[in-house]
Design a protein around this ligand. Sequence first.
Ligand SMILES: [Zn+2]
Length: 384
Amino acid sequence: MSKDRLDVQMVKERVDMVSVISRYVSLAKTGTSHKGRCPFHSDDTPSLVVNAQKGLWHCFGCGEGGDLFSFLMKIERISFLEALERLAAEAGVSLRRRDDSAKEPLREIIAEAAAYFADNLTNDPGGEKARKYLLQRGYKQEVWKQFCLGYAFPGWDRLKKKFGKRYKVETLVNLGLLVKREDRCYDRFRDRIIFPIHDLSGRPIAFGGRAFEGEPKYLNSSQNPLFDKGGQLYGLLWARKEISSCRTAILVEGYTDVISASIAGIENVVGSMGTALTQRQADLLARFADEVVIAYDRDAAGGAASLRGMRILRNSGLNVRVAELPIGEDPDSFVSREGAEGMLAVIGESTPFHHFFVRSLELRYDLSTVAGKEGALEESRAFY
Ligand SMILES: [Zn+2]
């Protein structure tokens, strides 16, 4: 049995499940179990059943359920590890030292790669093109430094040659720095501006790369042992303080949307790194914010992936509004031209989610026909 599983078992044995859940829900004993109103949906009948003997809870209203850990994770919006730590502290169980040491060398390689990309941009003669490009866009040296920007040289094996001397190719592939295709193995990022992605402790864990021209415009590291792809938000490290204090986060798609907003002085902006938001990203955001204003470009905002993302945000208990940028603009281009004032005006006039949703139905279904009405009804039923 793994160390984690042993810890979990010991905590479960020692913690009184009913008394922990009772802090959030008033529970009444019925037979061998306890019942209460479910905190995860608006529940007027007690639909939540806690079976302490089995160590399980279940809601017959919304279908949620699990063990004590999942309850705590869900209600406190914390990770499994945080839930384990809290409950262990309460139960007086000292957790076996978690073996994070295997990841340390990986962190060092990513940090070294970040420093290498940054050096290419700042000091290398070969970085001239990238320097010019960033300066033209109004990204000065302070900005490169603040966001730890870098540059990946053109060519297939610049990083491979440099890092391959000291590190195993498999490790570099595993970290997403190299790509392996059958018998070929080459640099993932080539001739791209590099945006390191940091965890909340401030260490780089992955990279995003933006092409000067051509497709794909954006390229991210693959999932790696340090980078939980669907669980990160770009820029949260820098934005979390402002988000916690104003309780509102502005959600954009790309790296440059975050940075351009920050240059204009708007600091509560994070990037979803794509339009398809995940539950883990939403839960992460909900730890800091009560409200999210989505500021995608218009085509992306109306798309199915984006609507699903909005639903996920709502399910995380966040109030959702949609900022409507002029057609053809993204937050980057808009804030760079109109400044903070223009951007904040659009944010201030953002549309509450349900209005936005109804309008998007009107656009996609012909509500003057029975079939159109049925389609719209069907979709909204699936949604709410
Ligand atoms: Zn429920």
